[in-house]
Design a binder for this molecule. Structure first.
Ligand SMILES: [Zn+2]
Ligand SMILES: [Zn+2]
Length: 267
């Protein structure tokens, strides 16, 4: 109850000091940038310092030049691609029912909506990502994202502008269909960023969510996708494992895991 009233008074402050447009565009942009860089930078630091090397999935590390190039390109695309696209799509969001007024939505509504967004995003991402692995699209678009065969957190959004648009579409289709409260949209952006940064981190810790969350792919699942030749990699889903299992695109990965398990037992 105390948390709810604290949230409500914080939200009242925001909506009385800023317009809905400012909150929906600049607010979302600032939240995205803060969460993305704060959660993405640690894995690059771990690579440079060797910290947690025991939990690193691949032996290879990226050079400081590769880290720098990735960061510069991301800042450029965030300002010149993400921000204009967010601004242009604001009227559509308004039309679909996005609101920022009080009362705040009930937590159960927020929970169901975000769960729906994750499932829908994963479905759309799976098929789009499979298409991106066809010869022409891979060569001209998706190979940019695969420049990093050893991913680190920030590489999650390192992609060709056309792919950035596709990623954006997969992320916003759920909210666009349900017309959520802005606070739900912010929470969705935060969770989606944390999830994609985590699966690209290149580290599998004992506390990684894949160890606790059923059906969640995690860093090992997506790291395999970056490591293996693009025609053979599979593991196309963004978040969950069931789409690849259903459509048989995780066979190579599952074979490798079974082999690793066998080797572990024999040691
Ligand atoms: Zn790919
Ligand atoms: Zn990736």
């Amino acid at each position: 109850m105390a948390v709810a009233s604290l949230l409500e008074s914080g939200w009242t402050y925001l909506i009385t000091h800023f317009s809905e447009f400012q909150l929906a565009i600049l607010g979302t942009f600032i939240i995205h940038e803060s969460v993305f860089f704060l959660s993405g930078l640690p894995s690059a630091c771990f690579e440079r310092t060797g910290l947690f090397s025991k939990y690193k999935i691949q032996r290879k590390s990226n050079t400081p030049d590769a880290h720098g190039k990735c960061i510069m390109r991301l800042i450029f695309y965030h300002v010149f691609v993400n921000l204009p696209v967010m601004t242009a799509s604001y009227p559509a969001f308004r039309y679909m029912g996005l609101r920022s007024s009080l009362p705040l939505p009930h937590w159960s509504v927020v929970l169901y909506q975000i769960l729906f967004y994750f499932i829908l995003e994963d479905f759309v991402f799976y098929w789009g990502h499979r298409a991106l692995h066809t010869k022409w699209l891979y060569k001209h678009v998706h190979s940019v994202h695969h420049e990093h065969a050893t991913p680190f957190g920030l590489t999650s959004e390192y992609a060709h502008p056309a792919e950035i648009l596709f990623l954006g579409f997969a992320t916003i289709i759920g909210p666009a269909l349900t017309g959520p409260h802005l606070i739900t949209l912010w929470l969705w952006v935060i969770l989606r960023v944390l999830e994609t940064v985590e699966v690209h981190s290149g580290y599998h810790f004992p506390w990684s969510p894949a160890n606790f969350l059923p059906l969640y792919g995690g860093a090992e699942f997506h790291d395999y996708h970056h490591r293996v030749l693009y025609t053979k990699s599979g593991n196309y889903s963004s978040t969950f494992i069931y789409m690849d299992w259903l459509f048989g695109t995780d066979k190579g990965y599952r074979k490798l895991k079974a082999l690793e398990e066998l080797e572990g037992k024999q040691c």
